[in-house]
Write a protein that binds this ligand. Structure first.
Ligand SMILES: [Fe+2]
Length: 261
């Protein structure tokens, strides 16, 4: 989320990668450019800081140059069901250390979203079907980008036993329900943002508060610039089965600082 979020990723991720011996890192980058989408340059910055894959969201193309950037760098993933004919791809098989493969897919929910998107369950189905756990991919990560906690939980159970992880993004607020579902899928309703939590979902709090209280906009939303907390989920999987063996929420730095794995 904005400059603070980019700085938190650049400051912490290289250290976390080596301290926690991370094989693969996915960063949701959709609002890293001034709180609106992601520019090609900022995507590059997240990848250089240690992300192996950057996912987008409903604001995938708010920054116009992402239309080209996503075609040039296959490590950037947009939602499968963003729009017919959207540039880029909604999922990809990535190389991970030790000759292993990791599938990352992103899908948009429908509840309380500003634009109507196609059904996320039928959008993810062929991807899961063509990549059974323990087959071509040693791990399968589904980023469920949407507003409603209920829809994310339903997606978690829909993918249970067929994905290594279903993790929600989009609300910017982390939830505390990291768990391994009954058939072996790691799950977290929302990873939260890498951003300044002294804010209204990452925006400087004055203008959103004014709009809620008075209904009268006065200025544009701008990202809050205080120290960000890097939020997310840590996942361990079994290469043989593709199932999750451990999940833990992560909050590093800023106001929500907590211990890591
Ligand atoms: Fe979003």
């Amino acid at each position: 989320m904005g400059r603070s979020g980019r700085k938190a990723v650049a400051d912490h991720l290289p250290r976390l990668r080596s301290e926690w011996r991370l094989d693969f890192v996915v960063v949701n980058g959709e609002n890293a450019t001034n709180g609106m989408g992601l520019s090609g340059d900022h995507a590059k910055g997240l990848l250089e800081a240690g992300a192996d894959c950057v996912t987008l969201g409903d604001h995938a193309f708010d920054q116009k140059d992402m239309m080209q950037a996503i075609e040039q760098d296959q490590r950037i993933i947009r939602p499968i069901n963003f729009a017919k004919g959207a540039p880029g791809r909604g999922y990809r098989l990535f190389d991970a250390p030790g000759g292993r493969k990791i599938l990352v897919a992103q899908v948009l929910g429908q509840v309380f979203m500003k634009r109507p998107f196609d059904d996320p369950f039928s959008a993810i189905e062929p991807v899961l079907k063509s990549h059974p756990p323990g087959g071509r991919a040693q791990a399968i990560i589904v980023d469920m980008h949407c507003e409603a906690t209920s829809e994310k939980m339903a997606m978690g159970h829909y993918c249970d036993g067929r994905a290594s992880l279903v993790v929600g993004t989009h609300t910017h607020v982390p939830t505390a329900d990291a768990q391994v579902l009954p058939k072996g899928t790691g799950y977290l309703t929302d990873a939260g943002m890498c951003g300044d939590y002294d804010s209204v979902i990452g925006m400087d709090k004055a203008e959103p508060m004014r709009r809620f209280i008075t209904g009268m906009p006065k200025s544009r939303f701008t990202p809050a610039l205080g120290e960000a907390t890097l939020s997310g989920i840590y996942l361990e999987t079994d290469d043989r089965t593709g199932k999750a063996t451990r999940t833990k929420m992560i909050r590093v730095g800023g106001r929500l600082e907590q211990a890591g794995p």
